[in-house]
Design a protein around this ligand. Sequence first.
Ligand SMILES: Cc1ncc(COP(=O)(O)O)c(C=O)c1O
Length: 485
Amino acid sequence: MDPASFRAAAHAAVDVMADYLEGVRDRDVMPNVEPGTLRPLFAQTPPESPEPMAEILADYKRLFEPNVTHWQHPRFLAYFGSSASGPGIIGEMLTAVLNSNPMLWRTSPVGTELEQVVIDWIRQALGLPVGFDGLITDTASTSSMLSLAAARQAIGIDAAAKGLPSRDDVPQLRVYCSEEAHSSIEKACMTLGLGRAAVSKIPTNDRFELRIDALEAAIAADTAAGIRPMALVCTIGTTSTTSRDPVAAMAKIAKREGIWLHVDAAYAGVVAIIPELRGSFEGWEDADSIVTNAHKWWFAPVDASILLTRRMPVLRDAFSLVPEYLRTLDRDGPIRDYNEYTPTLGRRLRALKMWMHLRYFGLEGLRRRVKHHLEMAVRLAAWVDADPNFERMAPVPFSTVCLRYLPASLAGRQNEPDMAEKIDDLNVRLMDAVNRTGKTFLSHTRINGRLTIRVAISNLRTEDDDLELVWDVLRREAAALPLPA
Ligand SMILES: Cc1ncc(COP(=O)(O)O)c(C=O)c1O
């Protein structure tokens, strides 16, 4: 593609992008398609002859846009939203043009040093002390896996060099998190050769926060049995209910035990940019590592996960392996070659879009939007509380409301045989009916064993009217459902 053709095609593509963003609000959030119906729409054999870009773009509009789930839709309120800002998207476009790979300083000098700048901006924005450094990864799952690899390295068994199998000098290792922690913690242990058996899931209190007494008991029992504590994982903003583990108390225990404290604030970390709301995070400055996902509630395009750590040298020990061809022979002084801190060599340049995104909004702009989401969640929680046919299932510390349909006529019959399951089923049908309207997309969890609908308000484009519409749709679809006998 010569430069003139590139210019013309790229201009056309930008029009497609702008049209999409302009019209996304009017689309159904989820496409009305069945599994397996999309693959046959595409050519089943690879193109033998070149095709014109205009035709490819037309096919993109015809085949892709109508069949995608619209994460950019203001009423995508499922899971935790990931909505890409305009400046972030432009940053992604420029990143693609440079196609720069910041694996070594010399393969992307400004990419490497801008990553350091962005990490330090975020550290400052979150009110964390000097000493936290870090890197940008693809996802929180990766960030937590890297953190636990560093935690394993920190206990001095040098698993990076010696591995784990068949070592009689290494006891069984344990990672503690609450039973509400994200599955990525277990996946990290699977990946690191510790196995899911290494994870001790500590019970929570009635606010779904890790119970310190239960953590102490688990550590004591393990230690007595010869099992070695390796890391504590504290979640601030758990996936189901957005509960907050007591980070300050966990930091004290980690210090006493001489083990790593990792804070998973993938969703809620951004709230710490609002100084008056830092209470939930007090004590996280003593963590060894912290993750917050810029592609969640910070509104950066996927992917961008911010991993902050006070112990970069330990992270490097866990992953550094420099073959001859990657040695930088012609420079003295401190060089940050980011590949030494990750399992991969090549990496995406994610700092450019972050730099553009953060400059465009300013912390002030981000704070305003995050506060608005928090206010909307308070409002929705109040509507739920006031409605005799709905029940709120958890406190609302951040911007996610957990609710279920519990018709007043059934509320007194919950102890009847099978009634709990029937109410669960009613909520499954309600969520399906709501999602089928195309007006919104909501997802579910289970709280205290009961099926629960989550409304996660963290999408850049969600406005007050959207929330009102979602609440109307929920009540209208609920009223239309036949009730169990
Ligand atoms: C608390 C928490 N941690 C980690 C993750 C995993 O995030 P990612 O998809 O970036 O790996 C999630 C996902 O929602 C989450 O809620």
